[in-house]
Design a protein around this ligand. Structure first.
Ligand code: NAD
Length: 368
């Protein structure tokens, strides 16, 4: 892998290799872009098959965070970290404190949060060594479980799409197929039910389906058929890559809007959806409620403020639809445009003031 070529092509700012022989720490921190603010992103612990795989994952995920934060209107940049190791075997207090000391050396350019393989307990170990941490446990003044606010963001995004497709954002009688009744999907069903939507639901967990049928009057569907039921909105809240060459011709919805990451197997499927007249709410925008919620901790967590900010996902989805029409591009491309336009606007401001094309943010140290 040619690391500097990769960094140059996608304009990564910094890649940090962290090693501590005494604790066995092997970690990578990738900072993609701090134009809008300090980079924030989760730390993932995973038994990567190779060092290259770990570096590629950190870089890829960090860049995604830049787009997500920018399109969500947050004053944050994109970063991500990975710890090479098996979360079932290799965790120790010493390891995470050692990692925390590395985060501290970055002086706030990177703020670490939870991701796959990391729990609030490890965040507490990291926090002993650095204050540049988000996703702190609710009992310690943090934002707690992000899922209810992720669901709220998805709900607002659905309303924006329904308004576009039907001329009114009223959800009474609107048919929504929800795939996955986990942390986000179940909360989403509650909001949809309160708004008068009709729901079809599927999950591998029969108890969750029974719960949604009893509590929200939802109709149960089989997991392998939920994608193809006739409905107004298909809400993927389980798996990624649900829209691919095989599923696309069989979809019978007019809107796709859910919490799952990487809904499109490939970017070209965004164009194919547009050609079929299916309105797609880009995943990283509509599912940003969790990030918006956790980012609120940086100002001293306030649930009411976080909730209001999450509700603005509706505005972001509206803007994306407008850009999609303006530029004649599918909505997944329009989401990237929204993010890049915001970064470009701020970086030209920085250039005016500092003469630096990517204006390293001094305010990052002050806010954290
Ligand atoms: P979760 O693990 O709590 O729930 C996922 C649910 O999907 C489970 O109940 C599981 O049984 C079900 N499921 C798995 N495969 C299925 C299938 N083939 N058909 C039907 N159901 C299936 O996860 P979550 O936290 O609710 O997140 C859901 C999705 O949203 C994930 O893709 C996640 O990455 C994404 N997401 C979550 C958040 C958040 O705040 N939790 C934020 C952003 C994105």
């Amino acid at each position: 892998m040619h690391i500097f070529e990769e960094m140059a092509e996608y304009r990564y700012e910094q890649l940090v290799f962290c090693h501590d022989k005494s604790t066995g720490l092997r970690a990578v921190i990738a900072i993609h872009d701090t134009t809008l603010g300090p980079s924030l992103g989760g730390c993932r612990m995973w038994p990567y098959a190779s060092e290259e795989e770990a570096v590629v994952d950190a870089l890829r995920l960090a860049r995604g965070m830049t787009y997500k934060a920018a399109a969500s209107g947050l004053n944050l940049g994109g970063g991500k970290s990975v710890i090479i190791g098996d979360p079932k075997r290799d965790k120790s207090e010493a390891l995470f404190r050692s990692f925390g000391r590395y985060v501290e050396t970055l002086g706030g350019r990177y703020i670490v949060a939870e991701d796959v393989g990391i729990s609030p307990e490890e965040i507490e170990h990291i926090r002993v060594e650095t204050s540049h941490v988000a996703g702190v446990d609710i009992t310690r003044g943090g934002s707690g479980d992000p899922s209810p606010l992720t669901a709220l963001g998805v709900f607002e995004g659905i309303r924006a799409c329904v308004a576009e497709a039907r001329g009114s954002d009223a959800l009474e009688g609107v048919a929504v197929a929800v795939q996955g009744l986990g942390h986000v999907g179940y909360h989403l069903c509650r909001l949809l039910h309160e708004a008068g939507a009709r729901m079809m639901v599927a999950d591998l967990n029969a108890a969750a389906v029974e719960g949604a049928v009893a509590e929200f009057g939802a109709k149960a569907a089989e997991p392998d058929e939920i994608l193809f039921v006739p409905c107004d909105v298909f809400a993927p809240c389980a798996l990624g890559a649900v829209v691919d060459d095989e599923t696309l011709p069989r979809l019978r919805c007019s809107i796709i809007a859910g919490s799952a990451n990487n809904v499109l197997a490939e970017a070209r499927h965004g164009e194919a959806l547009a050609e079929r007249g299916i309105l797609y709410a880009p995943d990283y925008v509509i599912n940003a409620g969790g990030l918006i919620n956790v980012a609120d901790e940086l100002e001293g967590y306030n649930r009411e403020r976080a909730t209001k900010r999450v509700m603005r996902i509706r505005d972001s989805v509206e803007r994306i639809i407008a850009i999609s029409k303006r530029d004649g591009v599918p909505t997944n491309v329009a989401a990237d445009t929204l993010a890049l336009e915001r970064i470009a606007a701020i970086s030209s401001m920085e250039r005016l003031h500092t003469g630096h094309p990517y204006g390293t943010l001094r305010r990052s140290r002050e806010t954290i």
